[in-house]
Ligand binder design. Structure first.
Ligand code: ZN
Ligand code: ZN
Length: 249
């Protein structure tokens, strides 16, 4: 315990020292910037921040309407009561997600959390942050779950609790891109399980993920959490595919 604490302390000191010696760099292209965990003006121009715009429930961009909720959500309220993503999925936001996924770059998780945190807002009292879990085989190969890194950074910023164990992935799911909605639903059916129902019962759960593509995975998580008694499920992601054509690639 003490050894671990000392090691943790040393690591923090090392990070401070590095931050002091190395100037902050743009999370997009690596040029030196004034502010940590930010973007240079050139990258900034190209990022499409989604913020609080779009349907108040699912977050899809709304066009030429004064309604706050899209027709799909009005017709049938989805299981996920509120979905928000920091940015649109494009080359730049994808590059951050990939560098986080394969490089375990905590600085990238921090940058993402910086832009995701304002989207969480006041979601009930004491919400629980739950990163979308990986299957253990994938976790074993990669060594970490990128969504856990982001959830931990969000937790640090907002002082909300994170539970990385409560939701478990039982099934390895194939890539869902290019599948029909029915095929996707089948692929993720029964993929998740809540380990400790008491930990989620009556709670607001905020699912955390890196990229929102088809939404089927998060939907399956929400179904499982609701069945276990969660009062409300929201989803906050770094990036979101806003152009349906990208789903077919
Ligand atoms: Zn840049
Ligand atoms: Zn909607």
């Amino acid at each position: 315990m003490i050894v671990r604490r000392v090691r943790g302390g040393l690591r923090t000191c090392a990070r401070w020292a590095l931050d002091f010696v190395l100037p902050p760099r743009c999370a997009g292209c690596g040029t030196i910037v004034a502010d940590v965990h930010s973007f240079c003006p050139e990258c900034w121009k190209h990022i499409e921040f989604l913020g609080q715009a779009g349907c108040s429930v699912c977050g899809v961009p709304l066009q030429a309407t004064d309604s706050e909720t899209c027709a799909v959500c009005l017709a049938k309220p989805p299981r996920i009561a509120r979905t928000r993503s920091a940015v649109a999925y494009d080359e730049l936001s994808r590059s951050l997600a990939i560098r986080l996924k394969y490089g375990r770059k905590v600085a990238i998780a921090r940058t993402m959390a910086r832009y995701m945190a304002p989207l969480i807002g006041d979601s009930g009292d004491d919400p629980l942050l739950v990163p979308v879990p990986l299957h253990w085989t994938r976790l074993w190969r990669r060594g970490f779950n990128q969504s856990v890194l982001v959830a931990r950074e969000l937790s640090r910023r907002l002082s909300f609790r994170t539970d990385v164990l409560v939701l478990r992935r039982l099934k390895r799911t194939p890539p869902l891109k290019g599948m029909s909605p029915l095929q996707r639903r089948k692929a993720v059916a029964g993929a998740f399980r809540v380990v400790d129902k008491a930990a989620v019962a009556g709670k607001t759960i905020i699912l955390i993920d890196d990229v929102l593509t088809t939404g089927s995975t998060a939907e399956a998580c929400a179904r499982t959490l609701k069945r276990a008694g969660a009062a409300r499920v929201e989803l906050i992601t770094w990036a979101r595919v806003v152009r349906p054509a990208q789903l077919m690639r």
